[in-house]
Structure formats: C-alpha cells, structure tokens
Design a protein around this ligand. Structure first.
Ligand SMILES: [Zn+2]
Length: 369
C-alpha cells in the first residue's frame, strides 16, 4: 500500500487550488526527498495560475492537475542511491530550476541556458518542459517533494525556513549583479527597489560591498525603510519627480553608476530603462531581470561610444544559491528584514490573495505544509 500526502494542486486555470491526497514521491538514484517546511508564495503566482500562458503564448501550456510551489525549503528525508555529500536531516533550499541534462548547453554545464529550462512547480520555457514536470511532479505546496540532488542548497542553522523561501528572488538579483560584474566599492542603481525583486537586489548589493546603492520607488515610507538598512550607502530616489539619471549624475559627480538593474514588472514605462542607461558611467552595464515587456529604442552609437552594455538575466544557479547561504551565515547578507506571513497548506488560496496586499518586498508570504 502506498503512503499518501496532502498536495495543493491546480485542476483548471483560473480556478482555486484543491487539496488532494497523492502518493509520497520516491527519489530516483540522483534525487533527494525533502519534507517541505516552508514555500514562498510569489506575487506572480496569481497571474501564472489564471492567465499566464494565454498572455504569453510562447510559453508551453502545462498539463493539469499539477502541483505548484516555487521556492521550497525543508529537511532531507530520503537520499537517492547515487547521491553523496548530502545527509538525512540536512536543512535545505530546493532550487526549482530544472534542465534536461542532455542538450548542448546542459552537457557544457550551462544548465540555465537549457532550451527546456523549467521551474519545478511553476512553468517551463521549452517544448520539453512537460517531460520535466512529469519527472518531477511534486513541488513546494506538497508535504514532500523530490528534486535532483544537484538542485539542493544546504542552509546554515542561522537561516530560517521562511527566510530560505525568499532565495528565488534573492538569487535572481544576485545572478543579475554578478552578470553586471559588480565589484566591491562600485555603485548600482536598482529600478524598483521596494518590490520583491528589487529589495533582494539592495540586500545583495550591500552584501557584495557596493559603496552606493541608488534605488527607485513610489512609496516614500517603503523607500525610507530600505534606506535604513544602510543609511550611509542606500540612497532612495522617488519616482515621478525629475528624471532618475539627473539625480544619479548629480550624486556621482557626473560619473554615473557601474550597474543598472531593472526590477520592474510588465507595464512599466520604457523611459525608466532609458533613464537607467543614461545613469550608467562609461563601461557600465544594465541588466534586465524583471518582467518589463517593451521595445527599447537604443542608440547603438551611444552604446558604442560610452561602451555600455544591456543584457538580460534569468534565475540563478545552485552554486549561486550556496554563495548566498554562505553570505547569510557570515552575516554579510541580512535576511532579518523580512516580515513573514505564514499560511497552512489548506489556506493556499488565501495565501495567494494575500500577495495582493503586501508591504512591498518586505512582506514574505509562505505556506507551511
Ligand atoms: Zn538541456
């Protein structure tokens, strides 16, 4: 007789999640089984389970019913036969980024460049994504999940399960800062600093030794809260006054910042990114890591003369997740700022609604199965 567990699953796009009894998953030879202690409820989940694939026709539809839950933390309860280096009882974050393992990119170790890159418990990008969902059908809104051992980030005792459930957004920001080549002592402008993604970028930029962190936002009170993280290094810029690049240039003696991070969502005006590019110093790098969907009018001559670059960054590697765990353990990455709102698994639908009334990126909504 098989043992069952509770799982919140989506049976139909746009309908509420249902609590189902499904089989507890067994790990394959290179997998681990994790008892989920917390899973982040990302603000975009509400869009993804209602209309995402109809709004984004290039993304493949996912077969339903399906388990969701993107940013899970928990305890290792079973270990596959071929896995070494992990132990029963390890406290972990599960990086949900799945890749096929056999394509050119995967065989080169560039798993985030896999054309079938897929977020376990969320959505995929390629025609092979459904196969990866089929191989790993459980996720963070289940009592147990199974994931590849290579996706496991071991958490130090100082990181709570709730804090670890923020690693998805934090890691996205960390990978983007690395892509921008941010070095200690350099300066960065974060467009959308008070949101879930931008706040992580501010915390990581501080942890990486940025000397100045400029950040835009509309809510003055929230901006002040972020400034209080490091009053001598964080400089909030309230949007809707004058062009952001004017403020940045004035504050940097006309030099500009080394890096610009775009953390804004769909619907944001392209002007914000253009002002970001104008805020860069010569040789600077702009990274789009949010979900801005617009066509940018970029002048290649200006880009050439000022030797600027614009690039995109998607998600992060397990290795980068382990970096963040080490930074948090060392005390350089401060995860104490988050205000956790916990929901039991049965209240998954309330948790998703709660994402619409957050205190900016400071609110951390988690399901605790
Ligand atoms: Zn691949």
């Amino acid at each position: 007789m098989s043992i069952t567990m509770r799982a919140a699953r989506l049976h139909q796009m746009g309908s509420p999640f249902q609590i189902d009894d499904i089989e507890v998953p067994e790990p394959g030879s290179r997998d681990v089984q994790v008892r989920v202690e917390a899973c982040g409820v990302v603000p975009n989940l509400r869009n993804v389970v209602t209309s995402y694939t109809s709004k984004h026709p290039t993304l493949p539809a996912r077969r339903l019913p399906a388990a969701y839950g993107l940013d899970a933390t928990g305890v290792i309860t079973k270990i596959g036969q071929a896995v070494q280096g992990l132990s029963l009882g390890d406290r972990v974050y599960v990086n949900p980024g799945l890749s096929c393992g056999g394509c050119e990119a995967c065989r080169r170790g560039q798993t985030n460049q896999c054309p079938d890159f897929t977020f376990q418990g969320y959505f995929g990008f390629g025609p092979g994504s459904q196969r990866l969902f089929d191989a790993y059908p459980t996720a963070g809104f289940c009592e147990y999940l199974v994931a590849p051992a290579s996706n496991i980030v071991r958490l130090p005792p100082s990181i709570s399960f709730e804090q670890g459930a923020r690693f998805g957004y934090l890691g996205t920001a960390y990978a983007a800062l690395r892509r921008a080549g941010l070095a200690p002592g350099e300066t960065v402008l974060i467009d959308g600093m008070t949101g879930t993604l931008g706040l992580g970028a501010a915390l990581l930029a501080l942890a990486m030794g940025a000397s100045r962190v400029f950040g835009t936002g509309r809510n003055e009170a929230l901006l002040e809260e972020v400034r209080a993280f490091a009053p001598s290094r964080v400089q909030p810029i309230r949007l809707g006054q004058r062009p952001v690049n004017e403020t940045v240039m004035e504050a940097t003696a006309g030099l500009g910042v080394h890096a610009y991070l775009g953390a804004l969502g769909p619907g944001a005006p392209v002007e914000s990114t253009l002002q970001g590019l104008l805020s860069l110093r010569r040789g600077g790098c702009a990274v789009g890591m949010g979900a801005l969907a617009a066509t940018l009018p970029i002048d290649p001559l200006v880009m050439m003369r000022r030797q600027l670059s614009y690039t995109g960054s998607l998600w992060f590697s397990t290795s980068e997740g382990q970096d963040m765990a080490a930074m948090a353990a060392a005390g350089t990455l401060d995860l104490s700022v988050f205000q956790h709102e916990r929901f039991p698994l049965v209240d998954i639908n309330l948790a998703i609604e709660a994402t619409q009334a957050r205190h900016g990126g400071l609110t951390n909504i988690v399901v605790t199965p």
